[in-house]
Design a protein around this ligand. Structure first.
Ligand code: PEP
Ligand code: MN
Length: 378
């Protein structure tokens, strides 16, 4: 049975940037009222023989009470997550419905993000590509979108090699204000053109709430970068869209911090979140960051959200990226994000860590081998 989250995507009626999978709603539309600070989450586990009518009855009653219900359908049983103000949730006789096996509160501080809230892994659809299933999904592209020839050539080569999602930055968070800051809107338009040419959905960073409407017009998935992981107003705003969000771990953030930041997004109604491990700062100076692969099995146990690993920023040195990509797949990552550039010496950002298209194609074959060895596929 499907475990897809609801994921209507943004329209492009006003754009020439046709998404083949587009629907009729705007990606930036507000979908759910925010939860209160005192929200409580309860998990209703239904009996294996619970009928569809019983489940519908439970959900209808929860809605009548003004509470929110998230239904997750597994192979064996249905799990209903209930969320609402603590005093309201506590007083309801959730265990009294026919078809209910057990009712338990989520005790973790991250409630909607906690694995038990759904009781099964979530799949998040980026465009038409599900992330979080058996398949290990490859995302690739340049750090920055630089010009038409560059992005089209890279998109074509990574698509041919087996990548399913094109990633490129139009708004770039740079350590120095004098470094290339990205092409902004023109970069988004070039990404849309690359999508038209290749059919690949696009993921791109939004740095600021003031750019969100614009980025939503083009992106199939919003990236919130490491430096913005605790920009709580941005998290809330992306949580009010219907677009998937890839949230990157801050370079000085704990795994719990990452989960709590994701909770901000889900608490606004957007369950379409991917968590990305991209390396943390340590005392090590031989590499750009230290890719914390511990985070992969820990996140897979703690949350139902899919886990992406970015070995490119994680180690920051081209020569070592493939080894860490393979290790990330072995550790259980649902998706791998790799920077690829066709002329790294000319790259306007992160040229030293991106793979050449041929190196990426070679790596894809090796990733397939590791994926198959652990019972997954590419
Ligand atoms: C990027 O993905 O190019 C980027 C800037 O990443 P991070 O936010 O992880 O540094
Ligand atoms: Mn980069």
């Amino acid at each position: 049975m499907s475990t897809f989250l609801s994921n209507p995507l943004a329209p492009d009626t006003k754009l020439g940037s046709a998404r083949p999978w587009s629907t009729s709603q705007n990606g930036c539309e507000l979908v759910n009222p925010p939860q209160t600070a005192e929200a409580l989450a309860m998990i209703i586990i239904t009996r294996p023989d619970a009928t569809e009518e019983q489940i519908e009855h439970i959900v209808a009653r929860i809605h009548d009470w003004g509470l929110r219900a998230e239904v997750s359908r597994g192979e064996m049983r249905v799990v209903i997550g209930v969320i609402g103000p603590e005093d309201k949730v506590r007083e309801k006789p959730l265990g009294a419905f026919p078809g209910v096996e057990s009712v338990t509160p989520v005790l973790k501080p991250y409630k909607l993000v906690a694995y038990e809230f759904r009781g099964m892994p979530s799949k998040v659809k980026v465009g038409n590509v599900p992330v979080g299933g058996k398949e290990v999904v490859l995302m690739a592209g340049p750090c920055s979108v630089e010009n038409e020839d560059q992005i089209i050539a890279i998109a074509q080569s990574i698509g041919k090699a087996g990548a399913k999602i094109l990633r490129g930055g139009a708004f770039k968070p740079r350590t120095s204000p004098y470094s290339f800051q990205g092409l902004g809107k023109a970069g988004l338009q070039l990404l849309a053109e690359a999508r038209r040419e290749t059919g690949l959905p696009i993921i791109t960073e939004v740095m600021d709430t003031k750019d969100l409407d614009l980025v939503c017009e083009y992106a199939d998935c919003l990236q919130v970068g490491a430096r913005n992981m605790q920009n709580f107003s941005l998290l809330r705003e992306v949580g009010r869209t219907r677009l998937p969000v890839m949230l990157k771990r801050g370079m000085a953030a704990s795994i719990k911090d990452l989960l709590m930041s994701a909770e901000y997004i889900l608490s606004e109604g957007n369950f379409n979140v991917l968590l990305c491990e991209r390396g943390i700062r340590t005392f090590e100076t031989m590499t750009r960051n230290t890719l914390d692969l511990n985070a992969v099995p820990v996140l897979k146990a703690e949350t139902h959200l899919p886990v992406v690993v970015d070995p490119t920023h994680g180690i920051g040195i081209r020569q070592f990226v493939p080894a860490m990509a393979l290790a990330a797949v072995a550790a259980g990552a649902d998706s791998i994000m790799i920077e690829v550039h066709n002329a790294p010496e000319l790259a306007k950002s992160d040229g030293e860590q991106c793979l050449l298209p041929g190196e990426f194609a070679d790596l894809v074959g090796r990733i397939r081998g590791v994926a198959e060895a652990i019972g997954r596929e590419l």
